[in-house]
Design a protein around this ligand. Structure first.
Ligand SMILES: Cc1cc2nc3c(=O)[nH]c(=O)nc-3n(C[C@H](O)[C@H](O)[C@H](O)COP(=O)(O)OP(=O)(O)OC[C@H]3O[C@@H](n4cnc5c(N)ncnc54)[C@H](O)[C@@H]3O)c2cc1C
Length: 457
């Protein structure tokens, strides 16, 4: 094709891979820079480990994209202030467009006293731990026998799943500021843990908050029936773990011992009050304590404010001036409030654009919409010649080689994947992953050495 451009995608999760897919199909040259050695983002390190079919299908699609001759993958490279490459350095490369699909790497807090105590965790860190993301895989994550999980979304379900199925702890207490009718998890997802839900305790809890539900026109028995109707297609229980809900309960303070270790959670009772079309939780200034060994906040994520893009209140800033295009260009354009201008050629998509928004399919679609916006932008720019593109990629390779000697390219990933497959077979387990970057890089080096020696022999 004659109208060729160079598109740099930062982040190889579902959103970034979706952009890489479309741009490379359109014949453009695509460079992918990814913090993790492996591609996939939360599709690799977020989705619960037993969802083999979903993960396998996504991986297969991503391998196909990486195999295209116009897609250049650089893993183990972090973009950001003080990292391998900064955003200004990346801009100085003068690619045709830069797409940030770095996900939501920061964690949200709700500002509870004691939330830095030993035994307080953020859900995504636990998720990264059990999915063996280097940096998290070898940390101990001591949970104890009674764990309070704050939040009632899909991530809470995954944490409860891990605690009951893998950790086999005694009790999971789900702390919910609003009521059972405002539950956020997907009815399909709750199937993974409904065998562990303590039925009589759920009934008692609904009875306990019944008058407060009735006060906003809800019928407690109806809500309970609806909730129970989702407890279908049980995955059988593999431990004695009991999951118990605490509705209309807002965490106020993490209680600690003299060594600053978690011993419980102080909780404020709440009631529901209409707020616009929604219901908000309002504190009642009455409190109760729940003894527990650890607390997990599953309250959502925010983007990484150290990346080097304009940031405000948990998100990167996008153009506030709406366009009439569909999809609306402004939603994907990075925006500098200091100058009041769109940052030319810099785009955002996926969870980097809307933190914690939706499942893989939503991130993929966001990448598709972003690609349409980028293609519109590229149509107004002069194309680049093949030699110019090759020169820019060479320049990037040289720069990266000086900053990160342990870059991982597609052929090395292929070797790594083969070694992990063989190791899994040898250990007779469904899936084996090297738990640290060092082990991955060492395995790749060894494989290369073995291959060299076999050629010489
Ligand atoms: C616990 C959990 C369970 C989930 N389970 C499911 C499920 O079962 N089914 C489902 O459909 N969806 C699930 N999801 C949602 C799904 O994972 C997300 O919708 C999707 O992964 C978001 O894609 P993304 O590309 O925007 O971000 P991510 O998947 O987060 O990808 C971001 C990528 O950017 C890279 N990156 C980050 N920072 C930098 C940087 N500074 N420099 C370079 N690269 C960087 C990372 O290495 C990563 O590869 C789950 C999410 C979570 C948190």
């Amino acid at each position: 094709m004659s109208e060729k451009h160079l598109v740099v995608v930062v982040g190889a999760g579902p959103a970034g891979m979706s952009v890489a897919n479309i741009m490379s199909k359109r014949g453009h040259e695509v460079v992918i820079l990814n913090r993790d050695v492996k591609f996939g983002g939360l599709a690799e390190y977020g989705i619960f480990p037993n969802k083999h079919k979903l993960r396998g299908g996504l991986r297969k699609g991503y391998w196909e994209i990486l195999g295209r001759p116009n897609v250049h993958y650089f893993g183990n490279v972090t973009i950001g202030e003080g990292k391998h490459l900064t955003v200004p350095e990346l801009k100085a490369l003068d690619a045709s467009a830069l797409v940030f699909s770095t996900g939501a790497q920061g964690t949200k807090t709700i500002g509870v006293e004691g939330d830095t105590a030993q035994g307080v965790y953020h859900a995504k860190d636990c998720v990264y731990h059990y999915n063996l993301l280097p940096g998290f895989s070898t940390r101990p994550f001591e949970m104890g026998q009674r764990v309070a999980v704050i939040g009632i979304g899909d991530v809470m379900v995954d944490i409860a799943h891990w605690l009951s199925r893998r950790r086999r702890i005694g009790e999971v207490h789900v702390i919910v500021r609003r009521g059972p009718a405002e539950r956020k998890y997907n009815p399909k997802e709750i199937r993974a843990v409904c065998a562990y839900i303590d039925g009589p305790a759920l009934q008692q809890e609904i009875d306990r908050v019944a008058s407060r539900l009735e006060a906003v026109g809800q019928t407690p028995e109806k809500v309970l029936t609806e909730m129970r109707s989702e407890f279908t297609k049980y995955e059988p229980a593999e431990s004695q773990t009991a999951i118990r809900f605490h509705f209309l309960s807002s965490p106020k303070r993490v209680l600690t011992d003299a060594e600053n270790r978690v011993i419980g959670l102080e909780i404020e009772d709440t009631k529901l009050e209409p707020k616009g079309a929604d219901l908000a939780a309002v504190g009642l200034k009455t409190y109760y304590s729940l003894p527990c060994d650890s607390v997990v906040f599953a309250v959502g994520d925010r983007v990484d404010d150290t990346l080097g893009l304009p940031y405000k209140s948990g998100i990167f800033i996008t153009n506030p001036h709406r366009t009439t295009n569909d999809p609306d260009d402004s939603l994907f354009q990075a925006f500098d409030e200091a100058t009041g201008q769109v940052i030319p050629g810099v785009f955002l998509c996926g969870w980097a654009r809307k933190a914690s928004e939706g499942l893989v399919g939503v991130a993929k679609r966001d990448g598709e919409w972003c690609s349409e916006v980028v293609l519109r932008y590229l149509a107004g720019r002069p194309p680049l010649g093949e030699p110019e593109i090759a020169e820019k990629i060479r320049k990037l390779e040289t720069l990266l080689a000086g900053r990160q000697p342990e870059l991982v390219r597609t052929d090395e990933l292929t070797a790594l994947s083969e070694m992990e497959r063989q190791e899994g077979q040898r250990r007779d387990i469904e899936e084996f992953k090297f738990p640290t970057n060092e082990e991955m890089v060492a395995a790749i080096r060894k494989k290369k050495q073995d291959m060299k020696e076999s050629v010489l022999r």
